[in-house]
Ligand binder design. Structure first.
Ligand code: AMP
Ligand code: ZN
Length: 116
């Protein structure tokens, strides 16, 4: 799929709606359309990166920023101390369905491990 057709690039460009909860020059965060927890936010880089396998060495800080912003949002929402789950799925066996990397931030309920 080309970058022009990428669902999350379209949300970044406001071509399709998203419930945006955070934005800076590098990162966008918005509510997941099918939440798996009381809070379920997707944190994405504004640069299109297809999968975790495609992260370039020069993009390490950008991808690290996704985790920093996730923790910031968890603190703001008051569940950081109780705990939360962060997930990034890669490719078909990892359960990836949207091919623009995204960090799932899920909080507000108890999670078990190992996940299915
Ligand atoms: P993954 O399966 O890890 O690729 O996660 C993709 C996530 O994107 C799923 O949790 C979907 O519910 C979510 N999703 C798909 N389309 C949209 C959309 N238009 N707005 C917000 N979240 C979406
Ligand atoms: Zn994209």
């Amino acid at each position: 799929m080309s970058q022009q057709e990428c669902l999350f690039c379209k949300i970044i460009k406001r071509e399709i709606p998203g419930e945006i909860v955070y934005e800076d020059d590098q990162v966008l965060a918005f509510n997941d359309i099918a939440p798996q927890a009381p809070t379920h936010i997707l944190v994405i880089p504004k640069t299109h990166i297809t999968t975790l396998n495609d992260i370039e060495e020069s993009q390490q800080a950008l991808v690290g920023r996704l985790t920093y912003i996730a923790a910031k949002l968890a603190k703001e929402r008051g569940f950081a101390e109780d705990g939360y789950r962060v997930v990034m799925n890669c490719n078909e066996q990892g359960g990836q369905t949207v091919y623009h990397i995204h960090l799932h931030l899920m909080g507000g309920r108890h999670f078990t491990w190992p996940a299915g």
